[in-house]
Structure formats: C-alpha cells, structure tokens
Design a protein around this ligand. Structure first.
Ligand SMILES: Cc1ncc(COP(=O)(O)O)c(C=O)c1O
Length: 431
C-alpha cells in the first residue's frame, strides 16, 4: 500500500466500488419481492382501500414491534406528519427537536402550523441532549421529536419521563433506526415514545423505494394518525365524510407488498450490519482522537466517527475528502448546515410571503434561527462528524479496506497535526 495519500497522488487503498444502497449490489431484495409485486399487479387491486396487503403489512409491523397499532403511509416524512397531526397542535404551539437530521423530521411540524424549537445534541452521538430539551420546554410545548441518528439509541427513556412530567407527547423518529434497542431493558426504539415513525425510503435498512410506518400503543393517537393519512375519511363507518383536515398519504399495495417481504429480512440486515460494524469500531477506537458510535443497541444505518480535532489536527471534512480519494464512501458533517439554517426556517419560506407560523402572531415570540443556536450541533457538522456509508453486504475485505484507509489517512493527519488548516486540510504556513 502506498504511503502517499491518494488525495496527494498516491495509490488509493481501494479501487473497486463498495456495495451501496443506491444499487442492487447493496440492497437485500430478492425474488420474493418480485413475486409479491406481481401478485398485486395481477390482482388488479393496487390501492390500499381495495386491497389487503397494506393492512397485512400494518398487522405484521405492529406484531413485530409488539404494539397494537401501525399505520402505513407514503414516506417517512408522511409517517412523522401523521404523528404530528395526531398530536393536533394549535397554530403556534411548539415542538422541540434536533437540527441534526433529515428535513423530514422537521417539515411536518411546519406543515401542521406548529413552530420547531431546536435543542442541542450530545457531542458523543449527535442525539438530542436531555438537559437542552428540558431547558427549551415552555407553556406552548406540545411534543418532542427525538431522532435515533444513524441507528444510535437516543435517550428516549429519559425524554419520555420528561414528556410525561410536562404532559406532552414524545415522537420517536426511527427512520434510521430499525431494531435499535434503547434503555437498560433494551426496548425497541419506537415503542418508548407515544408514537414511533419509520421510513422505507431507498437508503434505509429496508426499503420499498418510499414509504412510511407510524406505530403507537395509544388508541386515540393511532386512530387520528390513520384518519389523517386518508383525508380523515372514516371508512370503517361507511360514511363519506371528512372529520377534520387530513390529506392522502396512503401507501400503495405495491409498496406494501415489497415492504412485507423486506420485513422478513430486517433482522438479518441489522445483524449483518452490527457484526461488521464491531470490527471497524475496534479499529476506530484504537486511533488517537477518533471515537466510533457506542455499539450498545445501535443498528448502524451509517457508521459515524466523532473527531477530537485538537488531537487529530484535521477536521472531518478533510478526513472525508482524503477517504473518498482512497476509494472509501465517506462524507463530512452529514448535512451541510443545521436544519434551522436552511432557507425554509431561517428565511421563513413557508406559506406565500406570510412566514406563518414563524411570525408573531401566533407565536408570542418570533423564533430566531441563527448561527450559534445549537453550538454542539454546529461543531459536529462543521468539524467533528465523519460519516462512513454502511451496508449489510459489506464483507471482511470491505471492512479491512475501510480500516486500512482510515488508519492511513489518520496517520497523515497526526503527522501533520497543527499544521493542517481546518476545512481545507492544506498545510498552513508555520511562520
Ligand atoms: C431521520 C430521518 N427522518 C425523516 C426522514 C424522512 O423520510 P423520507 O425520506 O422517507 O420521507 C429521513 C429519511 O430520509 C430520516 O433519515
């Protein structure tokens, strides 16, 4: 192996592509999915209001998670929208969440005319920090949305206790966290909060292209979520009426057919991801200034590495560029900026030019979304969070290449410690 970084013209550690969730090589899809889709097509019943497959998926998923209710929908964003709509906030009510997530966590809050309030995150995981959430609770707070980032367990047991103490609802965003285990008793993520939301989008542990599932043990919340996904049309009463403002977020029978088979593969997918992640965790934790995500309960949607940049000298963006040059699928920061600094929130691009609901009224105080709002979130995105793509199809050779490349890149960073400019990774002048 060349000692010269591929970034600087040396030979890369790896030239063959890795299995990726963007293609068949990295997706666990088989003939069973094909047959299931064909069966739906041949039945002529492609819509869940006439077919039975979506209902069967809901039954299977609820049983899998040991809860009485599961509601299918068209995407993970829709699954969270169902949950927020079930909470039924007043316009201007607040929902506390994280700025370090996919926008699908936050957009449903705005769509229901509630105000997203951002709490900061734990520097070791990027998951919500309980004390920060507690500090942001006001008389207007109606819910908390916790994200299990990259499959790592968020502190939902503590957040549930906090929510209960304030009479508010806890929603778990499990889009990246199928079969993640939380708390000391290893409960399944999604079952601790009042509602749990999952995504079947292309990159997730299991997929139907797009799709969502919302679970709950609360009968009333589940019923409202189900109605919201179907124009609030109470089909079980045979009445053609609309009980409140709802949309059409129904999953199709084709999606459900794929998702039902995917569910049978889920345990294996997570087991394979955990096994290979354990090998890389040992390597990462042996490198000075790098920490892997805690393994406990983690279902490894991605493999995050947390940098102590005082020790590494270089930041996560430099590592990501150097790893990419070595042929490793890696990125810095996960998202480019915290969600509260994206135009939809920072510039209040919501409904026409109104800025609603981020304006006063209805909120007593106009929310401020500015740099510095959540310093730990910003530090992770800007400098400390390195994300290595993960996949159940990685074999020992793939993990060995990632480990070799990371070790090589890290050795260069340490050798140049203190003389690498942050972000650019250029050797800074020593004068
Ligand atoms: C944490 C998180 N929440 C919500 C979503 C939204 O899911 P979808 O893309 O299926 O709408 C995603 C995925 O993209 C996600 O990763």
């Amino acid at each position: 192996m060349s000692d010269v970084l591929a970034h600087d013209g040396g030979a890369p550690v790896r030239t063959a592509p890795f299995p990726s969730v963007q293609s068949a090589e990295g997706r666990t899809l088989g003939v069973e999915e094909e047959s299931a889709v064909l069966a739906v097509l041949r039945s002529g019943r492609l819509n869940s209001t006439v077919g039975e497959v979506t209902r069967a998926l809901e039954t299977d998923f609820a049983a899998y998670y040991g809860v009485p209710h599961a509601v299918a929908s068209s995407s993970g964003t829709a699954a969270i929208h169902l949950a927020v709509a079930a909470v039924d906030p007043e316009p201007g009510d607040e929902i506390i969440t994280t700025g370090l997530s996919d926008a699908g966590t936050v957009l449903p809050i705005l769509a229901q005319n509630a105000v997203p309030v951002f709490a900061d995150v734990d520097p070791a995981t990027g998951n919500l920090d309980v004390a920060s959430v507690a500090a942001r609770i006001t008389s207007r707070t109606r819910a908390i949305i916790a994200v299990h980032l990259f499959g790592q367990p968020a502190p939902v047991v503590e957040l549930r206790a906090l929510a209960d103490a304030h009479g508010i609802v806890l929603i778990e965003d499990c889009a990246q966290a199928y079969l993640t285990r939380v708390g000391t008793d290893g409960a399944l993520a999604g079952t601790v909060g009042h509602l749990g939301c999952f995504s079947l989008q292309q990159s997730k542990h299991i997929t139907a292209g797009d799709g969502g599932l919302t679970i709950s043990s609360d009968e009333a919340l589940a019923r409202r979520a189900r109605l919201f996904a179907d124009k609030a049309w109470p089909r079980d009463t045979d009445e053609r009426t609309h009980l409140f403002l709802g949309l059409n977020y129904r999953m199709t029978e084709l999606q459900a057919a794929i998702a039902r088979v995917q569910l049978t593969r889920l345990a294996g997918v997570v087991e394979d991801r955990r096994r290979t992640a354990a090998t890389l965790t040992d390597v990462v934790d042996g490198l000075d200034g790098l920490s892997a995500a805690p393994a406990d309960g983690n279902s490894y949607w991605q493999f995050p590495v947390f940098l102590d940049t005082h020790r590494t000298g270089a930041d996560a963006h430099w590592y990501a560029r150097a790893l990419q040059a070595e042929g490793i699928p890696a990125s810095g920061g996960y998202i480019q900026r915290p969600l509260y600094l994206t135009p939809v929130l920072a510039e209040r691009r919501t409904y026409g030019t109104s800025g609603f609901p981020l304006t006063d009224p209805p909120a007593d105080v106009t929310p401020e979304y500015h740099p510095g709002l959540c310093p730990v979130t910003e530090e992770l995105i800007d400098t400390r969070l390195l994300v290595i793509a993960w996949n159940e199809r990685y074999g020992p050779g793939d993990v060995a290449d990632i480990a070799a490349a990371l070790t090589k890149v890290h050795a260069h960073a340490i050798a140049a410690r203190g003389i690498l400019e942050p972000r650019t990774g250029r050797i800074a002048s020593r004068s």
